[in-house]
Design a binder for this molecule. Structure first.
Ligand code: PLP
Length: 399
């Protein structure tokens, strides 16, 4: 494949509007948590139709504080899927609790009632559902399970702001949904996150815990009349600043538009790859159910790394999301996990390759990726299976 057919794994969509917002934020007196953060929180709450959103400096922080605010700590077990980013499990350890890994559904790669239930013990306090690749888990079923068993349900929604299953969206059937604005996520400010909840008390507690446990934020303290603050419980330092929050505002308005473009691209990949020997894909039962954060293919585990490097050689940006967390050295050593215990997550971890998926990908680039996968996996003549799109390079964000 010619060298100019390069497709980066990810590109962000920050443009003139975001830059103008950052310059405006830099002209304000208070650079940290203040007006821009409040506006971003309000815009996210409107978008998700939840009572409150607390912006934080990462999704990991949101998961950590969600567990602390729910009183999860030493002696408690928290069920997390073995197929996720390591942050989901690390947050449980940060809270002093023990992560217990569950397997995932072989079709969707997500946690289900069937895979979580066998892991419940008398010590289980909470379940963290991860909307892997953007697919909203079956929250009706998981919500019913935690209700029946008296457990806390928390959503790791780092991949999934935009998805809906009927009326169900992130944070509807759980205590809260944790969002990420990390560099490669659907909206980004470099590093950032948020906790979305319908419980205003929980939001207030998390807001306090994000700032040492202090009772007022800087913007309030230095306002017209100085206000003393107090500390009633120990907190962390996880607040988001106005500089980064200002980058989020223009992106929130474009969430659905950009998600739709990713859905179109994902469906194009699926149409072309569905009939290709040696390539499987996770199921997305309905278009609306997934925010389509990542597009992954599953190949022969014996050939995965060769295919990965070959795609890279052909100029296609690729990644592995993820290898099963319980087999990562630290977790395997500390908790004694062995291969074979969670076979579905392990198998996916051995077979998965993520392909480029972001709104500015042109139809032509999508075809290059498909062609590269066909040549790499199939070793055939590389003839495209679907007509190459003629549309000009078009970023929906077009700047
Ligand atoms: C990115 C990610 C996180 C962590 O997000 P940060 O904002 O980087 O802390 C957590 N869970 C999943 C599934 C992720 O992909």
């Amino acid at each position: 494949m010619p060298a100019e057919r390069r497709v980066e794994f990810f590109r962000h969509c920050l443009g003139d509007e975001e830059k103008a917002r950052v310059l405006a934020a830099l002209d304000e007196t208070i650079l940290t948590t203040g007006q821009a953060v409040t506006e971003a929180e309000a815009a996210l709450a409107r978008y998700l139709k939840v009572a409150d959103v607390v912006c934080l400096d990462s999704c990991t922080a949101a998961l950590h504080l969600a567990l602390l605010a729910e009183g999860v700590g030493p002696g408690d077990e928290v069920i997390v899927p073995a197929m996720t980013f390591v942050a989901t499990a690390n947050a449980v350890l940060m809270a002093g609790a023990t992560p217990v890994f569950a397997d995932v559904d072989p079709r969707t790669a997500c946690l289900t009632v069937e895979t979580a239930s066998p892991r419940i013990t008398p010590r289980t306090r909470a379940i963290i559902a991860v909307h892997l690749y953007g697919l909203l888990c079956d929250m009706d079923a998981l919500g019913a399970l935690v209700e029946e068993r008296g457990l806390v349900l928390i959503e790791d929604s780092a991949h999934c702001l935009e998805a809906r299953r009927g009326r169900v969206r992130p944070a509807r059937h759980s205590r809260c949904a944790c969002l990420s604005f990390y560099a490669t996520k659907n909206i980004t400010c470099g590093e950032g996150g948020a906790l979305a909840t319908n419980d205003r008390d929980l939001a207030g507690r998390v807001r306090r815990l994000s700032l040492h446990g202090m009772t007022t934020a800087a913007a309030e303290r230095y306002g017209r009349r100085y206000r003393h603050w107090d500390v009633e419980e120990l907190g962390w330092k996880y607040n988001l600043d106005n500089i980064r929050a200002s980058l989020l505002l223009p992106q929130i308005r474009r969430l659905d538009e950009r998600c739709n473009r990713r859905r179109d691209i994902a469906q194009r990949y699926e149409a072309a790859l569905a009939t290709m020997d040696g390539v499987e894909m996770p199921e997305v039962p309905q278009r609306e159910w997934s925010a389509r954060h990542l597009f992954t293919v599953w190949v022969d585990p014996g050939r995965r790394d060769d295919i990965l490097f070959d795609l890279q050689q052909r100029g296609i940006g690729v990644a592995v999301n993820y290898r099963a967390v319980h087999l990562l050295k630290y977790y395997a050593r500390r908790f004694g996990y062995r291969r074979g215990e969670l076979p579905v997550a392990e198998s996916i971890g051995d077979r998965t390759i993520s392909l480029p998926l972001y709104p500015q990908l042109t139809d032509e680039q999508v075809e290059w990726v498909i062609e590269a996968v066909r040549q790499t996996v199939g070793g055939d003549d590389g003839r495209p299976a679907v007509a190459v799109g003629r549309e000009a390079a078009q970023c929906h964000v077009a700047r």
